[in-house]
Design a protein around this ligand. Structure first.
Ligand SMILES: Cc1cc2nc3c(=O)[nH]c(=O)nc-3n(C[C@H](O)[C@H](O)[C@H](O)COP(=O)(O)OP(=O)(O)OC[C@H]3O[C@@H](n4cnc5c(N)ncnc54)[C@H](O)[C@@H]3O)c2cc1C
Ligand code: SF4
Length: 570
């Protein structure tokens, strides 16, 4: 890490990246590899690979509360504790509610990870490419605005990212979910295979596949070069993985960027706003509040990548006002903060299955079965727009009891070794339609601890989301019934938007500066040396897990930015 002095020259870089999470890590890697002296500004503390994963190898009985959170913590953190991944082993990677307040005009569960690595430490690592249908859907259906890119524009960048990250998956040959550069796949268990077979027999357009995920099932030289090793199927990933078995910025992109000698990483640095120079007609740097000293310092660069995760990226741009841009950077259209969308996770089903009494599975597979979207793919055919991806897993209920099981003596041991009956859990990941009304803005009167306006979230469901969920619950029940499942119970959990943790939009890409903020290279139409390559850039949400697309967009934009810098266009 460089020592940061006071002189302006010492605070000047070729590039600044705001945020060190999944997309910021990729921006850092690509820009550093291409020779740019790059400053990565991260609001949270440093988390070093391996040494800062205190719970990675603990057993349930090593934790004071057997890996469960005490009631007092739940009561103090009603938002964060809704996230399934937060427990005693992972709590250090989640934002505590009281420390980072925001204003919920409509209920919105904003789950955040403020540290070096961001949410890359705690993501579920599911990675599916978008298909041509996803990039074409807006134009076809008149949703939002047309994407300024197509699948062919991003496909080589998916490959570039996949090879480095290491994605396990099966080449399924589906047009709706293009294949990538895969390491060997995980395996469906016997009941999942049975459901796969029954679904294939019953529907021509529905395909069950094993999940594609960012795990090293067979590490290649490029992964060993990163210092990573084979995934051990422990599924303790959310605690940080000492093997580097899954992809995180901490295990992969950031150390890779550091190895070039071009990286300066500055934790405890909240970016307040981007500095715009009216005379030069471009951004010149950023204002940063040191979270320890609360002192504000400016840093300068020729190009700025904003990767603070969707809503914080919106916040930073909205807070970046100047004479030229009184309503936020690049915001002549007034659309900054609007068309925020997310994934609809409300619907799920539980079922049992009588059979496969001698069917077992070994280890903790870090992925699940998936079914790509089959609604409105080739044409509009339902009474709702777009569709949903289905994820499901089958397991033996006795083996799910875990450390919380109570008991004593021989009877207890017998109970623990009984695998129990089969249980299936199925859930949806639904596309939501970006709408002007679903927006975020700055609070006029409430500020955070660093004097930055708090974010107001005004994002909700609509009728389309409810219709799509009802369809999923009907179709899910139908598929489970056809597979011979019993006691099928569909469920709408009425969860708030946000808990999907796939927030997208607000700084959308498009072709026209009047209707979008970013062009086809993730470059602000009106401030060419500022790039936004996290979820904020998304013009629609698709039904896929989004982060692999953020990574591919980032690598693509970094390549473009460097070529523009070389041509002296920035
Ligand atoms: C439990 C869970 C499961 C998930 N599962 C999946 C999955 O299976 N597949 C998938 O694709 N996605 C998944 N996600 C979502 C995924 O984590 C995000 O899409 C991804 O991390 C977004 O990358 P990002 O770079 O935009 O943001 P982040 O990774 O969140 O990084 C943003 C960084 O910016 C920093 N920052 C914020 N504001 C500022 C500021 N003002 N100044 C300086 N720094 C700032 C933050 O501290 C953070 O480090 C999951 C998330 C969670 C929590
Ligand atoms: S499942 Fe793989 S990636 Fe996850 S903690 Fe275990 S070894 Fe690491």
């Amino acid at each position: 890490m460089n020592i940061i002095g006071d002189a302006k020259a010492v605070r000047s870089y070729d590039a600044i990246v705001i945020g060190s999470g999944i997309s910021g890590g990729w921006a850092a890697k690509e820009l550093c590899e291409k020779g740019l002296k790059t400053l990565v500004l991260e609001r949270g503390r440093d988390v070093r690979h391996i040494v800062d994963y205190p719970s990675a190898t603990l057993n349930p009985w090593d934790f004071p509360h057997r890996n469960r959170m005490p009631d007092a913590f739940d009561q103090e953190n009603p938002i964060a504790t809704k996230c399934y991944a937060l427990d005693e082993g992972t709590k250090q990677y989640f934002v505590k509610d009281a420390e980072h307040p925001y204003v919920q005009e409509k209920p919105f569960d904003w789950i955040r990870g403020y540290q070096v690595g961001g949410k890359s430490l705690i993501w579920a690592r599911q990675t599916q490419r978008w298909s041509r249908f996803d990039f074409e859907a807006n134009a076809r259906d008149g949703i939002a605005v047309d994407w300024p890119i197509r699948y062919e524009d991003i496909a080589p960048w998916y490959s570039h990212v996949e090879k480095f990250v290491g994605i396990s998956g099966n080449k399924d040959g589906l047009e709706t979910l293009p294949d990538g550069e895969f390491l060997k796949p995980w395996e469906l268990n016997c009941l999942e295979k049975h459901i796969q077979k029954r679904v294939a027999e019953s529907y021509r357009d529905r395909h069950v596949i094993i999940g594609r995920c960012a795990h090293l099932t067979e590490p290649q030289q490029i992964h060993y070069d990163q210092g990573r090793a084979q995934c051990q199927a422990r599924h303790l990933c959310y605690r940080g993985c000492p093997y580097g078995g899954y992809f995180s910025s901490n295990s992969s992109t950031l150390p890779w960027a550091a190895k070039t000698g071009n990286l300066t990483l500055r934790p405890f640095s909240v970016v307040h706003s981007i500095i715009y120079d009216d005379a030069k007609g471009k951004a010149t740097g950023v204002r940063v509040v040191d979270t320890n000293t609360k002192q504000m310092t400016e840093y300068y660069a020729r190009v700025i990548f904003v990767n603070a995760a969707c809503l914080n990226t919106n916040l930073i741009l909205l807070n970046s006002t100047s004479k030229r841009f009184p309503n936020g950077l690049g915001n002549d259209s007034g659309l900054l903060g609007h068309y925020v969308a997310f994934h609809n996770y409300r619907g799920s089903l539980n079922a049992t299955y009588d059979g496969f009494p001698d069917g077992y599975f070994y280890g903790r597979r870090p992925t699940t079965a998936f079914m790509p979207n089959f609604r409105n793919v080739q044409k509009q055919e339902m009474d709702f727009q777009r569709g949903y991806m289905v994820a499901f897993s089958a397991s033996r209920s006795g083996w799910q009891r875990g450390a919380g099981t109570e008991g004593f003596g021989a009877e207890f041991k017998d109970k623990l070794s009984d695998p129990g009956g089969w249980h299936v859990y199925m859930m949806m990941q639904g596309e939501t339609i970006p709408k002007y009304d679903n927006h975020v803005r700055l609070s006029k009167d409430q500020k955070d601890s660093w004097g930055i306006p708090q974010l107001v979230t005004s994002v909700g469901y609509d009728d389309n989301d409810v219709k799509s969920m009802k369809d999923f619950l009907e179709q899910g029940a139908d598929m489970l019934e056809k597979a011979g499942c019993k006691t099928i119970s569909p469920y709408d959990d009425h969860r708030n938007p946000g808990l999907d943790i796939h927030e997208m939009g607000g700084v959308r890409m498009g072709r026209d500066p009047k209707t979008s903020l970013l062009n086809g290279h993730n470059q602000l139409h009106l401030v060419k040396n500022v790039f936004v390559t996290d979820g904020a850039a998304m013009t629609s949400t698709g039904t896929q897990n989004p982060s692999i697309t953020f990574m591919a967009l980032t690598a693509r934009a970094a390549d473009y930015a460097v070529s523009e810098l070389k041509k002296k266009n920035l």
